[in-house]
Design a protein around this ligand. Structure first.
Ligand code: AHR
Length: 491
């Protein structure tokens, strides 16, 4: 059998576990909001019209942060359409849908409070600019006593701390698409104005829409040259799928995420060096997931409907293993990745699916997210895996096993994947102390294409894992294409 070895020490710390890594994303897109989180006629709906079954699943998923209201949607959005008594029905050019504006920021803030998640608010820098960003800030965060803050139904401000300065403005598909120079100037001026209103805000500039963009690297460099002192973080977005039937490369998607983060950090640091700044810009990985975009492009466009079924991808076991591995990559980069949002939360490429008037269920990808969010606490430990490699056509030779460990109050948590499609791997972890396994979970199946569905919502669930600690060494066997979470008590 193949083997993989890890030597851990609680003294070798990467950074604290950033709880904002367990973020999600609610965009006014498809059925994420309407018949996703919000469905007043649903049997489980609460007094605010929110689906109780979805709220319960969002809490179980362990989301700590939710980006809102988009996404491509935000680049044509007028936030004031979604507040007060008069809610105009509008076209949404991003998804060719009809937006009723029944849900706006006040409703969403109530939902986020019930879900126990912080809001990350994205302002429209596509069709709008500094003035409208200041307006929505005044509405959301200013204490009472001004025109816009007095329109807010709650006396207490919403207190949104983390703000995205637009969305994917490098992309020609974006309403109000800009060059790096145009966007960098606008981001800097919007940031400066927002800080005049509230100095303590955390601000995220748009990085590239994906690392394959022709302007990748140059975009980050120009934007940061213009906005370095004004922003705290730069965004990354990445979606992965099986391309041309190449499953081995797909299973190694986290290698690409590692490289993406390292490249953006290096670019940001190079700008910092040129500017002679000691400040370090963080990464906000505020859109990531598995998304079968090729299928979406091939689909007939749905035009001008309210809450159409858009990109409701069904995820299988292999997708869940990749999602678990992407979370390992994000945790490994906790020294620089300040926040991350899995896109999206409900129905739209989401871990939670619903039927209007019917049930809500957990997709396969729900499980590694929920377990990682529950178990990863304390500090992230430096985790080097010694194991065989496997050749992939997209990323060259990649380690068969990837892993990261966290440490909190004497307990160690090991998160690991086996990316090999046919070989099990024996994993041995030297913990640096004696202990015993408190819990072990494994997500795998003989049929890696198995999925959960409305009629079989529990077809794929985490199984109790077989792991033991003998003489300070944790041992377990990782089946092919599997994801694992193991918590070990200290001595
Ligand atoms: O999450 C779906 C879409 O993907 C978002 O609206 C956009 O920002 C990205 O391209």
């Amino acid at each position: 059998m193949l083997t993989a070895d890890i030597v851990l020490s609680p003294d070798f710390v990467v950074a604290p576990v950033r709880r904002r890594l367990f973020g999600s994303f609610v965009e006014h897109m498809g059925r994420c909001v309407y018949t996703g989180i919000y469905e007043p006629d649903h049997p489980t709906a609460d007094e605010d019209g929110f689906r109780g079954d979805v709220l319960a699943l969002a809490r179980e998923l362990g989301i700590t942060l939710v980006r809102y209201p988009g996404g491509n949607f935000v680049s044509g959005y007028r936030w004031e359409d979604g507040v007060g008594a008069n809610r105009p029905v509008r076209r949404d050019l991003a998804w060719h849908s009809i937006e009723t504006n029944e849900v706006g920021i006040d409703e969403f803030a109530r939902w986020a409070a019930k879900a126990g998640a912080e809001i990350m608010y994205a302002v429209n820098l596509g069709t709008r600019g500094v003035a409208e960003a200041l307006d929505v800030h005044e509405y959301l965060n200013h204490p009472r006593g001004t025109h816009l803050s007095d329109l807010r139904p709650t006396a207490a401000p919403h207190g949104v701390k983390l703000w995205c300065l637009g969305n994917e403005l490098d992309g020609p598909w974006q309403t109000g698409h800009k060059t790096a120079y145009e966007y960098g100037r606008l981001a800097a001026e919007t940031a400066r104005a927002l800080r005049q209103a509230e100095p303590g805000l955390e601000l995220v500039a748009c990085g590239s829409s994906n690392s394959g963009m022709p302007t990748f690297g140059a975009w980050e460099s120009t934007v940061l040259e213009l906005a370095y002192d004004q922003v705290d973080h730069i965004s990354c977005h990445a979606y992965y799928e099986v391309l041309d039937g190449d499953v081995d490369s797909f299973l190694a998607s986290a290698v690409d995420m590692d490289h993406f983060i390292d490249s953006v950090v290096a670019t940001a640091d190079a700008v910092g060096a040129r500017l002679k700044s000691r400040k370090r810009v963080g990464v906000s990985f505020d859109e990531w997931n598995v998304w079968y975009q090729k299928r979406f492009v091939a689909e007939e466009p749905v035009r001008w409907r309210v809450a159409p079924r858009l990109i409701e991808d069904t995820y299988d076991v292999a997708d869940a293993v990749v999602v678990g591995n992407l979370l390992i990559s994000l945790l490994r980069h906790s020294d620089r990745v300040a926040a991350a949002c899995q896109a999206q939360l409900v129905n739209v490429i989401a871990p939670i699916r619903t039927e209007p008037g019917g049930p809500a269920w957990r997709q396969t990808t729900f499980h590694p997210f929920a377990l990682t969010s529950r178990l990863a606490r304390g500090t992230v430990l430096r985790t080097e895996v010694t194991c065989p490699t496997r050749s992939t056509s997209r990323y060259g030779d990649v380690p068969v096993v990837d892993a990261v460990a966290t440490h909190d109050a004497g307990e160690t948590v090991v998160l690991a994947v086996n990316r090999h499609r046919s070989s099990p791997v024996e994993l041995r972890v030297e913990l640096g102390s004696l202990g015993e396994v408190a819990e072990a979970w494994a997500l795998w199946d003989e049929d890696t294409s198995a999925v959960n569905s409305m009629s079989a919502p529990h077809r794929v669930v985490p199984r109790p894992g077989q792991a033991e600690v003998v003489d300070g060494v944790l041992r377990t066997v990782l089946p092919p294409v599997s994801w694992h979470a193991i918590r070990v008590h200290g001595e």
